[in-house]
Design a protein around this ligand. Sequence first.
Ligand code: SIN
Length: 533
Amino acid sequence: MTQTDAPLDLLIIGSGVAGLSAAVRAADRGLAVGVLTKGELEQSTTRWAQGGIAAVLGGDPDSTDLHLADTLAAGVDLCDEAACRILVDEGPARVLELISLGAVFDRDEGGGLSLAREGGHSTARVVHAGGAATGVEIERALVAAVRATAAVLLERWFATDLVVEDGSCVGVTAVDVSGRVRTVRAAHVLLAAGGAGQLFEVTTNPVEATGDGVAMALRAGVAVTDLEFVQFHPTALHHRRMPRPLLSEALRGHGAVIRDHDGERFVDELSPRDVVSRAMTRRMLDAGVDHLWLDATGLAAFPARFPTIASALAELDLDPGSDWLPIAPAAHYLCGGVVTDLVGATTLDGLWAAGEVACVGVHGANRLASNSLLDGMVFGARVVDAVDAGGRGPSATGVMSHLREPDGAGDDQVSCTRLAFEAPLVGGGDGDPAVLRRELQRAMSRGAGMLRSTDSLSTVVDIVADLAARAPDPSTGSDAAELANLLTVAAALTALAAQRRESRGAHTREDFPDTDVALSRRILVPPGQASDS
Ligand code: SIN
């Protein structure tokens, strides 16, 4: 269906795991639901996810307490414990629902789910499909399930802004498939628009990951936090192909090791991602090289266990049985996003968020491997349950609890700092959006990527301002609109990164190399005045 005239109960922006699983659930509940996405339903970052979904589906020695402890440890004292508890407790049921929708996960010889171990996990608990093609399988199952419902599907529509009336979100403005500007009205809007890997030159994210959801939220004055925590995946294949092919963390879980150019190992490969990526970056800088090596030659069953990675490598004439594989860290995941409570409500009445676009508090300063698909499924479902139960507006729970009072302690005792931020005015120039996007990516990679400092960040701030002035009006096309979104997110990210004068998780400051216990607090762009559109 593509008709949009009747107002919807729930309009979902984005078609990754959070958006599609929420759409199936909403349709099951009899809600009038629509999914609006700028590509086809199948095009989303979820499709590129390899390793899998972390969930406690096996018995001893695993437990949800252990999964919780690993998640909190990876997040370096910045997770919201209540949100993490929900994640690990409700995750297994969401995985079983996916299976009942038709997703096929790998099984062991006894017919049980085959569980892999990844960095930061104290035991094997990652379910996977097709070896390391988990995202492809989840997307396949969810797209088929959504297409079988009565959901209104607005594919190749580009959502440009939230529509706010009387302080409530009542829909979005969008450019439809024929280029016409439209308004899609809905009682509730769920942002599930993914992350912003396109801020950087080297990323594992597809070309669509342009921070559209976070940018729309910022323009509407919706609270946002933790954007400074951009996770770099340590083992992206060092190759000119973009997005960078991923060499799943599961390879290291199976025994692959990281070596420098002298063949030396220098980091525990099963540490959380921030630790491994930072150690690699330092080693590369010291040696003056742009990549290191993943040695998977000891993995006897490589082609059978990881068929998709094996065939991607074969296309590039690499044989993991005999060749060390060139690797370098690549921008992978935005740990922060739109502030939500424990059911996904944002600071704007009627607006909800789930998945990578949201900050519900489960990732803290560094996401635990394979917790992202889980986050999307668990909190996407919670949004639908809350909408179906007549919920509207946020409660003071989870990350949202920080907003109860300025600089006050939240329920989890992690307090926050508020940062005044104004989204940059983008437009008025006649620059080529593709050229300006590349300039932004170069600047972000050099000054706001793996390593940051006061000077490097202030250089990026100046470049972002210059690019915003040279950028064409966002209404001139989707490439100009994506550039405006990237510039908006870049401005907020650099402001938060400059304010965080310490190193923690995925945020590394060369001028403040230590973690500062006093800064175990969120830095937050607080809600602005939501003005009517
Ligand atoms: C991977 O397979 O290494 C990626 C999974 C994730 O991002 O958690």
